[in-house]
Design a protein around this ligand. Structure first.
Ligand SMILES: Cc1cc2nc3c(=O)[nH]c(=O)nc-3n(C[C@H](O)[C@H](O)[C@H](O)COP(=O)(O)O)c2cc1C
Length: 177
């Protein structure tokens, strides 16, 4: 059966550069269907144990959990806010971890980050590289994508070195599916 790759941006920005990158990288994976997640499409309250105890899981978080359950693999690109996860992503991650601690179910994952700056979200990437394995993250490959606006133009990576590196990681993900 055709494998199902979930692309996800760790951002709630409508024009998220991480969404663009995650979907671009997902599009390089051969012979798969893509399920493109936009966090804006899921109605998920701000996590607190009180909300959890009082209202339980929202439809939005249950729907997202179902999408993750049905995935064969992930391409995730994280936005960096003050050196860490965006609030939107951390909120979703916390909720998902209350349903299933192994949020990512040991399914193969390509983990990216990008920002307009030269470090390309390296700090948030480091946080996720250290943390995700405790949550069932099976990270096949990772890379920060620096200076997004200079290196990605009109739907294409214009930096040959970055493009080649991403292709190597995509090939590894394909093999792991
Ligand atoms: C509150 C806030 C904090 C930010 N902190 C960082 C940062 O620590 N490092 C960085 O490279 N970019 C930082 N940025 C810039 C983001 O990388 C930029 O907004 C990027 O577009 C976010 O990704 P997105 O478009 O996928 O949401 C920050 C932006 C915001 C709004």
């Amino acid at each position: 059966m055709t494998k199902n790759i979930v692309t996800l941006s760790g951002s709630s920005s409508k024009n998220s550069i991480n969404k663009i990158l995650a979907e671009y990288a997902g599009g390089l994976v051969k012979n798969v269907t893509l399920t493109k997640v936009d966090l804006n499409d899921f109605d998920i309250p701000l996590f607190s144990v009180d909300v959890e105890n009082g209202q339980g899981f929202s439809k939005g978080v249950l729907a997202l959990n179902e999408i993750i359950e049905k995935a064969d693999g992930f391409v995730i690109s994280l936005a960096e806010h003050n050196g860490a996860y965006s609030t939107a992503f951390k909120n979703v991650f916390d909720w998902l971890s209350r349903i299933e601690g192994k949020v990512w179910r040991n399914k193969p994952m390509l983990l990216l980050s990008t920002s307009p700056g030269i470090r390309g979200g390296q700090s948030v990437l480091n946080i996720a590289l250290e943390r995700f394995p405790f949550n069932g993250g099976n990270i096949i490959g990772s890379m920060p994508f620096p200076s997004f606006n200079e290196n990605f133009k009109e739907g294409e990576i214009v930096n040959a070195h970055l493009k080649a590196n991403l292709q190597i990681l995509v090939d590894e993900l394909e093999k792991a599916l």
